[in-house]
Design a protein around this ligand. Structure first.
Ligand code: WT7
Length: 635
């Protein structure tokens, strides 16, 4: 019997138990029945978390694009694969059928080959939310090139760091991008980045905004004329199960961004299977995930998961506030969206608007609502459930990470009873563990601890590009033989999980994962700055906002604090991107430090959050006197 589609709670428990007792048999059955393999595997799983090394479906051969495209041509050739909704509501939506997708991906793949891109080469994709973004991803996968998508809101410095880390040979970009009423000069950002990227030999430029841009002779090419000449057919490169499919960077609590490496077979099987169940996807549904493809959510649940199921996936170029805050609901009505997947920060921003902006539209097509990226607070959960779902569309609060590749803890709609703020139960095959500070697993219910996963799942990242040691240190060293997520969680009386937030120096702002260290490094570049520390504080729309404590060099001159604040945020925008700007900047005489010189962020966090009733023991600090000064001047 097939368990590809779970339909009731008993079945969930039954299949879950099987997936834990006989993981290899379980995943083998899923893989056998639902995918196109050029060659079957020799071994379903081999793993060793001490190295760490994990291999799924070893020996198998496949191409993920044959599963996402070719396989559907005979039955779904005329079905819309990608439904593109432009930024401007007056510009018509574009319906790209599976057959058209096949042709456009092949053309793009042929252009890449003509540019000298071969299997294993890295291609950086810095493209806004237009169809070419999805098409270029699939084109890379088609020829076995490793795509590295960089969110098109990152700055030129951040882009250059990522291009250099994985030594990309080619960059795909656009002349510009639209975001609401704004036009962004994307090509200018790429030009700046490429001043320091020796590995890049060519740049393919999509025309979107028709702005005039600089084209570097011999390096830059307009994409369309090349596509026009390229054949619409092309063989998919036959890949090994564990060949890298893509690199996607995520920020760490320290140092450079981490290039998480995902491989082909396991990623495909897991994203397809989670997509089908978490959204109870059915053949004629219209699925819309509002994330940008520059993040893992978009990779897994705009591109690969939906297409592997032959679904229609919506790609929206714009922002929720343009031309007004009714835009999301207008799109739901217009395209009769059945599953809607967004982030708590968007929900909170929309909930602040008048309900007339919702009531204007017919949302009756909706069946399932999803949430991802950060904990969803109770108020936002109820607004989403009542005002958008009218109490009839279950909310799937999906917990997962760039590193996990797919959804890990989530209700299955119409199967798992939901509970506000709870991600509820582990997905099939996922074995969570809560750990105490002594490294012991906490058994039983009504407990909380650090969230680990104790058994491999097919879509886990296999390494950090170029730095396997860092992969081991970051994820497999805190707890023996377990993958450590960096999150805290509690388990209630029935075994439901609630994610309580990060337990490391990563702060989630508007659903974006930001490490404190790179932001502090950017601030410290300012000539007047001596030291800085960043913490998060609660924000009613963003979830968390950033609070910076900055000490200045003693130069004897007086400084204009307002100007300094602007300069600091400009530096952050240049080095990382506007998403990492600070909401508040407090200038202080010093930062509280331990005797070994480590900044006590715990204290700074409490002060920034206005929660100073219990600061804990400050007597062990090297400089306890600064605490009062900071409290007196808190913003
Ligand atoms: C971190 C991962 C996975 C796609 C988007 C984020 C937080 C994510 C939830 C949720 C509570 C969540 C965690 C996690 N997070 N989803 N449903 N409830 N927290 O991917 O950028 O790699 O961030 O986002 O803290 O560790 P990411």
């Amino acid at each position: 019997m097939s368990h590809y589609h779970i339909k009731h709670l008993e079945e969930y428990y039954q299949v879950y138990r099987k997936s834990v007792r006989e993981p290899e048999n379980f995943w083998e059955e899923i893989a056998e029945e639902h995918f196109l393999w050029r060659k079957k595997w020799d071994k379903v799983l081999s793993w060793d978390f001490t190295k760490p090394e994990v291999k799924w479906f070893e020996g198998a051969q496949l191409n993920i694009t044959e599963n996402c495209i070719d396989r559907h041509l005979s039955t779904r050739g005329d079905k819309t694969a990608i439904l593109f909704e432009p930024n401007d509501p007056n510009e018509p939506a574009e319906h790209i059928t599976y057959r058209q997708l096949y042709e456009r991906v092949n053309q793009f793949a042929n252009v890449l080959k003509e540019q000298g891109i071969q299997r294993g080469d890295r291609v950086c994709i810095y493209v806004p939310m237009i169809p070419e973004l999805a098409i270029s991803i699939l084109a890379c996968a088609r020829i076995g090139a490793i795509h590295s998508v960089v969110f098109a809101g990152f700055s030129s410095k951040a882009l250059a760091t990522r291009i250099n880390d994985s030594e990309c040979k080619l960059v795909v970009t656009a002349d510009g991008s639209y975001r609401g009423a704004k036009t962004i000069d994307l090509k200018g950002i790429v030009d700046e980045a490429l001043q320091n990227c020796p590995s890049v030999k060519s740049v393919l430029v999509v025309k979107r905004t028709n702005e005039e841009v600089h084209m570097e002779a011999g390096r830059d090419h307009w994409l369309q004329p090349l596509l026009d000449k390229a054949p619409k057919e092309g063989k998919a490169e036959i890949m090994n199960a564990e060949d890298p499919l893509f690199i996607l960077y995520t920020s760490g609590s320290t140092g450079r961004p981490k290039g998480m490496v995902h491989t082909s077979a396991g990623y495909m099987v897991y994203t397809a299977y989670t997509f089908k169940n978490t959204f109870q996807y059915r053949e004629h549904d219209i699925f819309w995930c509002t994330a940008d493809i520059g993040w893992i959510t978009g990779h897994s649940y705009i591109v690969y998961g939906p297409l592997a199921n032959g679904a229609t996936t919506v790609m929206f170029e714009g922002v929720p506030s343009y031309p007004d805050f009714g835009r999301f609901w207008e799109i739901v009505q217009k395209h009769k969206v059945t599953q809607f997947y967004t982030a708590p920060t968007a929900i909170r921003a929309l909930a602040k608007q008048g309900v007339e902006l919702v009531d204007k539209y017919d949302l009756s097509s909706l069946k399932v609502l999803g949430s991802v990226g950060e904990p969803i607070n109770e108020e936002a959960w109820h607004w989403y459930n009542d005002t958008i779902g009218k109490g009839k569309s279950p909310i799937v609060d999906t917990w997962w990470q760039t590193e996990t590749g797919g959804i890990m803890i989530t209700p299955i709609p119409f199967v798992t009873p939901t509970k506000p703020t709870y991600a509820t139960l582990p997905f099939i095959g996922v074995q969570p563990a809560l750990m105490d500070d002594n490294g012991q697993e906490i058994k039983g219910n009504q407990v909380d601890g650090k969230l680990c996963i104790k058994f491999p799942w097919p879509s886990m990242a296999r390494t950090i590009w170029g730095d396997h040691q860092r992969y081991k240190d970051t994820y497999f060293s805190a707890f023996e033989n377990k993958y450590f997520t960096g999150d805290g969680a509690l388990r209630d009386e029935v075994g439901y999980y609630r994610i309580t937030g990060r337990v490391d120096d990563v702060i989630i702002v508007s659903g974006h994962n930001l490490g404190t260290a790179p932001i502090e490094d950017a601030i410290n570049e300012h000539p007047a700055v001596s030291e800085s520390a960043i913490v998060g504080f609660p924000h009613d729309v963003k979830g968390n906002a950033l609070y910076g404590y900055v000490t200045l060099k003693d130069t004897g001159e007086s400084r204009n604090h307002e100007n300094l604040r602007k300069e600091i945020n400009q530096l952050i925008t240049d080095r990382i991107g506007p998403i990492a700007k600070l909401d508040k900047i407090q200038f202080t005489q010093g930062l509280p430090k331990t005797r070994s010189g480590k900044i006590m962020r715990r204290i700074l966090r409490k002060i920034a959050s206005n929660d100073t009733s219990n600061l804990g023991d400050t007597s062990t600090l090297l400089n306890p006197e600064v605490v009062q000064e900071i409290m007196d001047n808190v913003l």
